[in-house]
Design a protein around this ligand. Structure first.
Ligand code: 5AD
Ligand code: SF4
Length: 432
């Protein structure tokens, strides 16, 4: 029996799909296959923007024929879209061939839902918020040499554009001792990079242990490995976190700090709880202590009421904060959020024009910053082999992808390369 998982969205979902794979393996599905050869197809969905939903809708719809031709094929839909108010009903109405719908809190219950489906004819659905952070699901990891480790679930911030707090529930922190145990086991098993995950890692708390304290403990585990973390909310980014980053060489000096906008008025409408000036103060704090540190960010254009001048403040922030790259998005109204109710939504052609200008500005920055690497020596953690290019690849500490040729399998090794060429966020070089 084979399984196939289709994953949309962020690292949180990527890691959740590893848990789904682990659960399916425990339930008798032996191997991952192509979608055509699968006996169960699981969609792990995202609903952060409308196009993420449209993708999933299209791809689930395309299974209608397969479902008719292949007896016993199971189709399960989980993740954020399944958890969205009213969406599960809409999904099964539109696609009556869906067998199982499961919510963001019910991943571990997938095997029992599959068993129930064997007995019941109608769609089996479970969308219940669970209070506990440990569900016993053992991930079947597919991202070696990196390992994802959840530290928090959910979000309490309610940025006015964002649906995450509604579909992921209130923020919960995992216990520090469980996290440390997991990290120690991963390092002992040979993982070389640990990425701590949370919607807002900076608000982590387990009794007296806050995020800087947790990060300090994780980075103190013995072994040769790197530590990354994401995502940081600027309002909670603190000097004590910078101090921990500075203390441990193995913590990568790359900070993903979503700014969302360069305009204080828009930031206030977004309920981000910082101004442009405060954001830039956090950037300065980081650069003062760790001059080589770099920042990446998320930016949204065409938030309701955004004027041309306010958009230009986002453009100028790219330079002032000196982002090495950025994820850029057109604001997408999400039903149930405050911003979706705001009256002055921006016309699509204005939004398109703004995103094009923003992408150009970001790319310019990325190119300029990457070019400085030519001639330099960098350390790459080799993570894969690109067949088309015939090159190995992996990231340097500050997040750029480095490509190089080698006559042996380097995956999982730290290697040094001398950079000969830069192309956007990618660097090409020779093994030293
Ligand atoms: N529209 C556009 N972008 C969004 N994001 C979150 N919600 C929306 C939305 N409704 C972006 C933010 C966030 C990233 C994960 O997705 O920039 O940081
Ligand atoms: Fe959404 Fe804001 Fe929470 Fe991030 S911090 S998940 S943008 S509500």
């Amino acid at each position: 029996m084979n399984y196939h998982i289709v994953t949309y969205g962020c690292q949180m979902n990527v890691h959740e799909s590893e848990k789904i794979a682990g659960l399916l393996r425990g339930a008798g599905y032996e191997s991952e296959s192509t979608i055509e050869d699968a006996d169960i197809i699981v969609f792990n969905t995202c609903c952060i923007r409308e196009n993420a939903e449209n993708h999933a809708f299209g791809n689930i719809g395309a299974l209608k024929k397969m479902k008719r031709q292949k007896r016993g094929l199971l189709i399960a839909v989980g993740g954020c879209m399944a958890q969205e108010a009213g969406k599960a009903e809409l999904l099964v109405k539109k696609f009556p061939f869906i067998d199982i719908v499961f919510g963001t809190h019910n991943v571990a219950e997938l095997p029992s839902l599959i068993a129930r489906k064997q007995r019941e004819k109608k769609v089996v659905s479970l969308l219940e918020d669970r209070a506990e952070t440990e569900d016993g699901a053992q991930p079947y990891r597919t991202s070696y040499p990196n390992a994802w480790v959840n530290i928090t679930y959910g979000c309490n911030n309610f940025c006015t554009y964002c649906i995450v707090p509604y579909v992921r529930g209130r923020e919960k922190s995992r216990s520090a001792s469980i996290i440390l145990e997991e990290v120690r086991a991963l390092v002992a098993a040979g993982y070389k990079e640990i990425t701590l995950l949370g919607q807002n890692v900076n608000s982590y708390r387990d009794g007296e242990i806050d995020f800087p304290a947790l990060l300090d403990m994780v980075a103190s585990v013995e072994g040769k490995f790197r530590v990354r973390f994401m995502t940081s909310h600027p309002k909670d980014f603190s000097a004590s976190l910078v101090a921990v980053m500075k203390k441990h060489e193995r913590i990568c000096n790359l900070l993903h700090l979503p700014a969302q906008s360069g305009s204080s008025r828009i930031l206030s409408l977004m309920n981000r709880r910082y101004t442009r000036e405060e954001y830039l103060e956090k950037v300065a704090l980081l650069k003062k202590e760790i001059p080589e540190a770099e920042l990446t960010t998320d930016l949204i254009v065409a938030f309701p009421t955004e004027t041309e001048e306010e958009f230009e403040e986002t453009l100028s922030l790219v330079e002032e904060a000196d982002f090495s790259s950025a994820f850029t998005f057109i604001y997408s109204p999400r039903k149930g959020t405050k911003a979706a109710e705001m009256e002055e939504q921006i016309a699509p052609e204005v939004a398109k024009e703004r995103i094009t200008r923003l992408i150009d500005r970001v790319n310019e920055n990325t190119r300029r910053k990457s070019e400085r690497y030519v001639g330099e020596r960098i350390e790459i953690l080799c993570e894969d082999y690109d067949r088309k290019k015939g090159l190995y690849l992996g990231r340097e500490p500050l997040g750029r992808m480095g490509y190089f040729a080698a006559d042996r399998d380097c995956i999982g090794e730290f290697v040094q390369i001398r950079v000969t060429r830069a192309n956007g966020i990618s660097l090409y070089g020779e093994l030293v």
